[in-house]
Design a protein around this ligand. Structure first.
Ligand code: 5GP
Ligand code: MG
Length: 188
């Protein structure tokens, strides 16, 4: 059998730069799982993942967790083909699991203006969870419009539009294994 070809280390043409490589993301998620363990112990919790953006992060984070976990997803309106968030986020699809009296961890890809997580946290809180915490892979603190702090943060990043590892631009690039800065030329 021919040996599988090694992936080329060259930069994707639509990336200006790579912020975090696949290996760096993996390493950080492993330590993040340890931070979760320190808080939840061996207890059960329910992950509420904000799709589509958080799909990769959620899948990888869950595999680093040995607690009993339940998973549900929420879909919030996306950016469309834009690189700055506009208007208020809208709920498109809500939870199916009952989260009353459950420990809930909301998982998202990136905390930007804070509007999305404020909306989702408010919605979840109304359903009477035993506890509510939030975990984001990326945090663009400089862009906050609504005060919001996540309980667990993978990486704090500068105010740049990033893609890859679940994050899209006009629904593309979610499948890049790294996180990088979108080349403005590719944004048209
Ligand atoms: P917020 O409501 O905090 O402004 O935005 C959160 C959502 O905006 C994230 O869940 C994500 O979908 C999107 N978002 C914010 N910044 C970026 C970015 O740099 N790249 C991508 N692809 N999406 C972003
Ligand atoms: Mg999102």
């Amino acid at each position: 059998m021919p040996r599988p070809k090694k992936k080329s280390p060259s930069l994707h043409p639509d990336l200006e730069s790579v912020l975090y490589t696949e290996a760096q993301i993996k390493k950080r998620i492993r330590t993040l799982a340890g931070e979760l363990k320190a808080v939840y112990g061996d207890g059960e919790f329910t992950i509420v993942s904000l799709i589509n953006g958080a799909i990769m992060f959620t899948a990888d984070l869950m595999r680093e967790i040995d607690n009993p976990v339940r998973l549900d997803c929420i879909r919030i309106s996306s950016y469309g083909a834009k690189t700055k968030s506009v208007g208020a986020p809208q709920l498109i699809a809500t939870l199916t699991l009952d989260i009353a009296n459950r420990h809930v961890l909301i998982v998202d890809d990136i905390l930007d203006t804070g509007k999305t997580l404020t909306l989702v946290a408010g919605l979840v809180r109304k359903l009477g969870p035993a506890s509510l915490r939030t975990c984001v892979l990326l945090d663009k603190t400089a862009r906050r419009e609504v005060p919001f702090e996540a309980d667990f943060v993978g990486f704090k990043i500068p105010d740049k539009f990033v893609i890859g590892y679940g994050l899209d631009y006009a629904e593309r690039y979610r499948n890049l294994p790294c996180i990088g800065v979108l080349n403005p030329a590719a944004a048209g």
